[in-house]
Design a protein. Structure first.
Length: 57
């Protein structure tokens, strides 16, 4: 279950991307999460996914 709070979600997702997943699609697949929901929620706090860095910046 992903955190509902956008700031907590940012921290959780970036930690998982850094330590366990090679890209956002793999994270979403493994956690059965909706990629567009994560992207939209984090865009609401001005973060976007950077594929090269494999993190939300």
């Amino acid at each position: 279950m992903l955190p509902k709070d956008p700031v907590m979600l940012l921290s959780f997702v970036n930690l998982k991307l850094r330590d366990f997943y090679s890209d956002l699609d793999r994270l979403c697949e493994d956690l059965d999460a909706d990629r567009s929901e994560i992207v939209e929620k984090l865009a609401g706090i001005s973060y976007h996914y950077d594929e090269e860095k494999n993190q939300f910046v």
